[in-house]
Design a protein around this ligand. Structure first.
Ligand code: NAD
Length: 479
């Protein structure tokens, strides 16, 4: 059994959860400890006790530890990628890409530990100096979703530690394997006991304990809108700092002047790769009249060529859906879109088996045309390989449709018009905008995050991460 890591010790939980391979449900990835409320509190106490020492650790110490973690992750990318693909269902190349990204993130924040920023400014008063510096916050509760089980924990844990905070990490219930492997690497990297703690367990128990405990200074959360709102309510009630990254309903506009191949490549990649289970997935394709029919036909043709199979098999383009309930939800949205008047151009059916007869949660990606902005398929996040098409008469209408959503994470456009691309970058109501690129797939050294209902609080990643993981102090000195 894989145990929790609390106060420098590996501890059994009160229960055990079984981690199942969605590509072959007969395959048990492992049994993982499940903490209860008392164990979560134990981890918080350990982190709090470690903070005084760790907050005064040297930049060199923090650099060495984070750099070593990054080096080991990169050296083991094949093995860790295999584990990730096995438990989550994204393809092996996608999983190795995610692991690589996690390694790079640790190395980036190792460097950031050596680059503390501050300012020394003259006061408006004679003889007075003003210093502006950043200090660590304390204990950070980190709560993550299942769809990026290595990269999302990395982009929260690495900056938290780099800026001198202690961490209690609660991963998603469905994917404890990658979280445990990351924790095991951190456990050997030279961190003092209690600085980093892994507490696997239920959101309603372990997660809720982190939200409500006043010893947890800040919460960094990525997950669904519903849970995000719960996190916000709990944090506001006790005035804890928090940041939320939640759902998306990301548009991609295809204009008449787009390169058809570029547009199709972008839509296939960001709509269906990683089984559509990306918060930055393009789930609404908004296509102008002049290219609409050619684009839909080319999409349907390309979709016939996609191989849906075991995530770890060479040649697989799309792995399984993560679990039974997500698969059911995807199929329900396809049925609902049909009832609302959408035309299922292709896909949308479950497949009970892989090509080799393994039982799994497979589904053919779905393309649904003739939809309108009011349909639920265009308003709610599905979080699967289900993409709808909306028709627009011109760029202006396409932009209005793109922005007609409660979400605002990513937005894309395929066009050869500099004028429209430039206008779109300024007027798309999203935190991340892509021109002739998939909406999913971003760099690790620049800010990540959205607007409107998708995000709340400071951006994650890159140097902007300091906004969340530190507190600014202004000190005045009379010489
Ligand atoms: P989820 O909200 O169900 O769970 C996220 C985490 O919250 C899990 O660790 C879960 O155990 C925990 N949790 C659940 N109930 C809780 C509670 N009452 N108190 C505290 N914690 C609790 O989300 P999910 O299904 O794991 O992930 C899918 C969602 O994540 C999608 O909506 C997707 O768009 C979103 N997501 C967003 C981003 C982004 O950066 N915007 C990135 C990836 C995923």
């Amino acid at each position: 059994m894989f145990k929790n890591f609390i106060g420098g010790d590996w501890l059994e939980g009160q229960r055990v959860s079984r981690n199942i391979n969605p590509s072959d449900t007969r395959d048990l990835v492992g049994e993982y400890a499940q903490a209860d409320v008392a164990q979560a509190q134990h981890a918080i106490a350990a982190a709090q006790a470690a903070f005084a020492g760790w907050s005064l650790s040297t930049p060199q110490q923090r650099f060495d530890i984070l750099d070593a973690v990054g080096t080991e992750i990169l050296a083991r990318r094949q093995e860790l990628g295999d584990l990730l693909a096995r438990e989550e269902g994204k393809t092996l190349p996608e999983a190795m890409g995610e692991v690589t990204r996690a390694g790079h993130i640790f190395k980036f924040f190792a460097g950031e530990a050596l680059r503390p920023t501050g300012e020394l400014v003259p006061s408006v008063r004679a003889g007075v100096g003003v210093e502006i510096s950043r200090e660590p916050l304390g204990v950070i509760g980190i709560i993550t979703p299942w769809n990026f089980p290595m990269a999302i924990p990395a982009w929260k844990i690495a900056p938290a530690l780099a800026y001198g905070n202690c961490v209690v990490f609660k991963p998603a219930d469905l994917v404890p394997g990658s979280a445990w492997a990351l924790a095991e690497i951190l456990s050997r990297a030279g961190l003092p006991a209690g600085v980093f703690n892994l507490v696997m367990g239920r959101g309603s128990e372990v997660g809720a304990t982190l939200l409500d405990d006043t010893r947890v200074t800040a919460i960094s959360f990525t997950g669904s809108v519903a849970t995000g709102h719960r996190v916000a309510a709990s944090c506001v009630a006790r005035m804890a700092k928090f940041q939320l990254e939640m759902g998306g309903k990301n548009p991609m506009i295809v204009l008449d002047d787009a390169d058809l191949d570029v547009a199709v490549n972008c839509a296939i990649n960001s709509g269906f790769f990683s089984t559509g289970q990306r918060c930055t997935a393009s789930s609404r394709l908004i296509v102008t009249d002049g290219i609409h029919d050619r684009f839909v036909a080319a999409m349907a043709q390309r979709m016939q060529t996609l191989t849906i199979d075991d995530a770890r098999k060479v040649g697989t383009d799309i792995g399984p859906v993560v679990d039974q309930s997500q698969l059911r939800q995807n199929l329900e949205y396809v049925a609902m879109a049909r009832e609302e008047g959408g035309r299922v151009v292709c896909g949308g059916e479950a497949m009970a088996f892989s090509k080799d007869g393994q039982p799994g949660f497979y589904m053919r990606p779905a393309l649904i045309a003739d939809t309108d902005a009011a349909m639920r398929i265009n308003r709610e996040e599905v979080f699967g390989p289900v993409v709808s098409v909306l028709r627009a008469t011109n760029y202006e209408q396409a932009l209005a449709l793109a922005n007609d959503t409660p979400f605002g994470l990513a937005a894309g456009i395929a066009t050869q018009s500099l004028k429209h691309a430039t206008h779109f970058k300024r007027h798309a109501q999203a935190g991340m905008v892509m021109v002739n690129l998939p909406t999913a797939g971003v760099d690790y050294h620049v800010p990540f995050g959205g607007r409107k209902g998708s995000s709340y609080g400071p951006r994650e990643q890159g140097r902007y991460a300091a906004e969340f993981f530190t507190s600014v102090k202004t000190a005045y000195t009379q010489a």
